[in-house]
Design a protein around this ligand. Structure first.
Ligand code: HEC
Ligand code: HEC
Length: 296
């Protein structure tokens, strides 16, 4: 698949480069957060976009480029100005460095690959993609989101087992992550958690709790919450990156920011727990044992 994508990318770039792109932007622009983009930067960004990005994100940025057919998740529609993976509370505007990180690392398990761009190229293409959503970006009074701060990890990598245990409890009780994702604990374990918190066993179990529930999104179609032992988590690999994602949420989807809803140490604990689930991905025998053990 990648080979085909590369061929198509090459063809589209060749077609587009034959038309002159040097003078498309005649004026500088000021974007949210007071970020200043010169016309040279925007014109250079346009040619980078044409060469590297247009095949998927499309000429008009709507995510409908020639190589976008059948991709899941589909390429982002950049005209909406709604982004999933900023390191800011979902709904707020990401910083240039958030976009830079996405370009550099890619989004795991999607067609959005890591791009080998220089800092200047990345900067310029980031300014250019903002021009697809002027309603969101243009104007110096528009504010960027508050950056998620990584607090001191209370489990500090040494109390990993207790973090995972605590995270499993938080995931299945106060946070109820399973209402969209799925449960990974047995009825007996869920009942024991309830006994501990509410002083009584649980007898009534939602028959849907072991299923992933598709969610509506603002990105032009439903989105599927991750099954952490099976799917690629797109924006996070490490405990710290998961911590950032839980604090931020996922923009334009029902995945909320947990900042302020859960306590900080609970968010750290859940991050360790989610990481322990992610570590089962690709390990077929181990995963099967795990899945069999949570069948009731
Ligand atoms: C082969 C197809 C493909 C190409 C080429 C591509 N992208 Fe993407 N891009 C995607 C897909 C698919 C997603 C959505 C991933 C998701 O929803 O998890 C995405 C998402 C994005 C996002 C949204 C990030 C967010 O937080 O919501 C941005 C911004 C972006 N791409 C910019 C670019 C830029 C800039 C380039 C060129 C340097 C580029 N893309 C090239 C497929 C592509
Ligand atoms: C109301 C529904 C809902 C709840 C509750 C929910 N999530 Fe999500 N979550 C989603 C959706 C939808 C996505 C997929 C977003 C996308 O990529 O399109 C998601 C994605 C994620 C991701 C992956 C982000 C990435 O980079 O791919 C992680 C990690 C995650 N959720 C963890 C959690 C944890 C932990 C909890 C509980 C503390 C939780 N979620 C509760 C809906 C939910």
């Amino acid at each position: 698949m990648l080979k085909n994508v590369k061929i198509i990318l090459g063809l589209v770039a060749l077609m587009a480069l034959t038309s002159c792109k040097d003078s498309h932007f005649k004026e500088d622009k000021v974007f949210a957060g007071g970020v200043y983009a010169t016309k040279e930067s925007l014109n250079h960004g346009l040619s980078i976009y044409t060469e590297y990005c247009m095949a998927c994100h499309g000429v008009t940025g709507e995510g409908n480029g020639v190589a976008s057919k059948g991709l899941y998740p589909p390429p982002r529609n950049l005209t909406k100005g709604i982004y999933k993976f900023g390191n800011v509370v979902s709904g707020e505007l990401p910083h240039d460095e958030d976009f830079k990180q996405i370009l550099k690392k890619g989004l795991h398990g999607t067609a959005m690959l890591p791009w080998d761009l220089s800092d200047q190229q990345a900067h310029d293409v980031i300014q250019y993609i903002k021009t697809f959503a002027p309603q969101t970006w243009e104007g110096k009074d528009k504010k960027l989101g508050t950056k998620i701060v990584v607090t001191k990890d209370p489990y500090a990598e040494v109390h990993v087992d207790s973090a995972i245990q605590r995270g499993k409890e938080v995931y299945h009780t106060v946070a109820q992550c399973w209402t969209c994702h799925r449960a990974y604990a047995t009825h007996a374990e869920l009942s024991a958690f309830n006994q501990k918190i509410n002083g009584e066993p649980l007898t009534d179990f939602d028959p849907e709790m072991y299923k992933i529930k598709a969610q509506p999104s603002e990105h032009g179609g439903p989105t599927i919450p991750s099954e952490f032992t099976w799917d690629s988590v797109r924006s996070a690999q490490t405990v710290e990156e998961i911590y950032v994602r839980l604090n931020a949420g996922v923009g334009g989807t029902s995945m909320p920011s947990w900042k302020g809803t859960l306590q900080d140490d609970e968010i750290w604990a859940v991050s360790y727990y989610v990481k322990s689930l992610m570590d089962l991905k690709g390990k077929h025998a181990e995963r099967k044992k795990f899945v069999d053990a949570i069948k009731n």
